[in-house]
Design a protein around this ligand. Structure first.
Ligand code: AHM
Ligand code: MG
Length: 323
């Protein structure tokens, strides 16, 4: 059987959907994939080299920075700034947007990323990941925050790398969701999950139930409706891992707003938008806490947060009925 590498796949999708493509996007994906392989290598060796634990710093989100967070962030920033086709980038770990210097080669792509999602799980060898979201701006667009921040519907591509028992890449360019598994013996991501479709309903629901007392009455009621004997509870606490399970098995994930986090905890640009793009492409649904499609939220700030509800169509509809 012919084994298809992720770059081959991206290239063939481009020929199919944008035959006039210049190759800039493939070049961006190539550098993104290289970043993930470098991060994956360090994640795999984490217990052997001195890269576990905190740096002692607190990030813009008010959270402890882990050494691996810091490492993944530097790898991503370096590669994306130097890939020649990105003009602006935003990282969950950085206070401000980064504009690529005009004296460097740069193109029209903008990328947002969460370099290492699931920080609280790093030292316990639990699955973590890197999430990315890619946009384009027109030639000669002034690179102001207002022009760079766009609704999730404008994403040209989104995806994630999951550092789990195996390292996987899942991506979409708006033509289905495709999954690849890193084969360390050849150093390539090979196609393993073509055209992933989320089941119409699943048997798992997922939420940090320790926050139950802090949720609105509606969110409590909605979540209670899943305690009906049909579902089991699963919650990793690494969004990438909880998302990947939900995508493959179906079910529901909810991180509602609460009395501590009035706008929820998860970040629109680095987490909710890319994952909503994927879940919709796979046939599922994604909403904020007001029943609005996440992809239609107009982002005003780089680090804006949102309540995040996603999953199989029937399960998300069941949750929404409580409102
Ligand atoms: P991180 O990007 O700093 O790791 O934070 C986001 C993580 C998500 O991966 C996960 O869904 C959530 O925070 C878990 O939060 P909690 O510990 O409140 O359940
Ligand atoms: Mg995260």
């Amino acid at each position: 059987m012919a084994e298809i590498s992720v770059i081959e796949h991206i290239h063939s999708m481009q020929l199919l959907w944008s035959p006039m493509a210049t190759g800039q996007f493939t070049s961006l994906m190539h550098d993104l994939i290289l970043s993930a392989k470098i991060i994956s290598r360090s994640v795999t060796k984490a217990g052997l080299v001195d890269i576990l634990g905190g740096t002692g710093d607190i990030n813009i989100q008010g959270e402890q920075v882990q050494k691996l967070d810091d490492f993944a962030n530097s790898v991503m920033i370096y590669r994306m700034k130097n890939c020649g086709v990105v003009c602006a980038l935003g990282s969950e770990e950085e206070d401000e947007l980064i504009i690529v210097d005009t004296d460097k080669p740069r193109g029209n792509y903008v990328i947002f990323f969460d370099p290492l999602d699931g920080s609280s799980n790093i030292d316990a060898n639990v699955s973590i990941g890197t999430i990315f979201s890619i946009y384009r701006v027109d030639d000669n667009t002034e690179l102001t925050k207002e022009n760079i921040l766009q609704k999730g519907t404008e994403q040209v591509a989104a995806g994630y790398f999951l550092y789990g028992p195996s390292t996987m890449m899942v991506y979409s360019t708006g033509h289905g969701v495709h999954g690849f598994t890193l084969d360390p013996s050849v150093g390539e991501f090979l196609l393993s999950h073509e055209n992933i479709r989320i089941p119409a309903s699943g048997k798992y629901y997922s939420a940090n139930l320790a926050n139950y007392a802090k949720w609105s009455e509606q969110d409590q009621k909605a979540m209670d409706s899943f305690n009906n004997g049909k579902y089991s509870l699963r919650y990793v606490g690494s969004l990438v891992a909880d998302f990947h399970r939900t995508l493959l098995y179906g079910g529901l994930f909810s991180y509602p707003a609460d009395s501590k986090n009035a706008n929820g905890k998860l970040r629109l640009l680095y987490e909710a938008n890319p994952l909503s793009f994927l879940i919709e492409q796979a046939g599922g649904l994604a909403f904020d806490g007001n029943g609005k499609r996440v992809l239609e939220i107009e982002p005003k700030e780089v680090h804006v947060r949102t309540a995040f509800l996603f999953g199989s169509k029937e399960d998300v509809e069941q949750y929404r009925k409580a409102f």
